[in-house]
Design a protein around this ligand. Structure first.
Ligand code: NAP
Length: 294
């Protein structure tokens, strides 16, 4: 980054490493208390290369945090009723406290039907309709990992978010919508923008907190960012470098964002928080199932 770049770079990688170390410590205490450790079951259908890498990384980090990892690999030809039967057995398995079905699923399987078959109290991705409803109504539930990670980073930076203007770009069920709900729960004044939003640049200039989850490289330019704003860049975009080597960039033109108060780099910002929050959710689910306070 340029020498005159004034914004602090938010170290999601470091935060996630500290969170994982704390979870590892908690798991050891929980094992002493209960004689058992949290277990996370991950279901992978097919051999999508990106999904295979994510699942391997989740398994590695689950084990590193001292938890049990159950991996179920199913062929692309699996039927919906076979997959639902597996989920029903995981729902009943007392050693499994969290269940995650890696998305996307092959086209003949309905992600909505499959996710909603998971016991909501084991739905560590927080995608079940019951958990979306709990979040929207301020009830205790499991919160989607990426927005949960974003909120942790924001609270570390700003401590109290109450009264701040927050703009969230993106309204997906897994990032934008739950992010907006979490910010509302912190008493921010929240605006959710999307591809049909008029004058997005002007809207962003009002934001004390700007969360960008559009999947559009360089969408947010420097002059869209209010001086002193805190910017969370959720985007992960693979673009071709001029030398022909692909690089990962976010949705914000970060080199133009030096007047922000703080910004997450891509990579190394939000990305590492997602798996750490998945494991945090697994510990939370375990505690609730074992009726242990936090
Ligand atoms: P998504 O389902 O494709 O949703 C994208 C959202 O952005 C939609 O609401 C869309 O609006 C909006 N949008 C698209 N182009 C826009 C534009 N030009 N101006 C304003 N809004 C625009 O994506 P997602 O799953 O939420 O993911 C978003 C990004 O976050 C992706 O880059 C993804 O890879 C990344 N991501 C990162 C993590 C992580 O761990 N860091 C986790 C999940 C996702 P409409 O609703 O109007 O179409």
């Amino acid at each position: 980054m340029h020498q005159s770049f004034g914004a602090a770079l938010i170290d999601g990688k470091g935060f996630a490493a500290r969170l994982l170390a704390r979870l590892n410590h908690d798991v050891q205490l929980l094992e002493k208390e209960t004689g058992t450790v949290p277990g996370l079951a991950v279901v992978l259908v097919g051999e999508d290369p990106a999904s295979t890498i994510y699942v391997a990384s989740k398994r590695r980090q689950t084990v590193a945090a001292g938890m049990r990892s159950f991996e179920h690999r199913l062929p692309t030809t699996v039927t919906e009723s076979e997959l639902l039967a597996l989920i029903a057995s995981l729902n009943e398995n007392p050693s499994v406290h969290g269940i995650l079905v890696q998305l996307p699923l092959p086209a003949h399987l309905s992600a909505g039907v499959v996710i909603d078959a998971i016991d909501p109290d084991k739905d560590v991705d927080g995608f079940h309709v019951a958990n979306a409803g709990r979040l929207a109504t301020g009830q205790e539930g499991l919160v989607p990992c990426t927005p949960l990670g974003c909120l942790m980073l924001l609270k570390e930076q700003l401590l109290d978010l109450a009264g701040l203007n927050a703009v969230v770009i993106g309204k997906s069920n897994i990032v934008g919508k739950p992010m907006a709900q979490l910010l509302m729960a912190e008493n921010c004044t929240v605006t959710v923008a999307h591809s049909r939003t008029r004058d997005l640049a002007q809207l962003c200039r009002m934001a004390d907190i700007l969360v960008v989850a559009a999947g559009r490289p360089g969408l947010v330019r420097g002059d869209w960012i209010k001086p002193g704003a805190t910017v969370i860049d959720v985007g992960i975009n693979r673009v071709e470098e001029t030398a022909g080597r692909p690089v990962i960039v976010g949705d914000v033109a970060i080199e133009e964002a030096g007047h922000a108060r703080a910004i997450t780099p891509v990579p190394g910002g939000v990305g590492p928080m997602t798996i750490a929050c998945l494991l945090a959710n697994t510990v939370t689910a375990f505690r609730r199932q074992q009726q242990i306070g936090s």
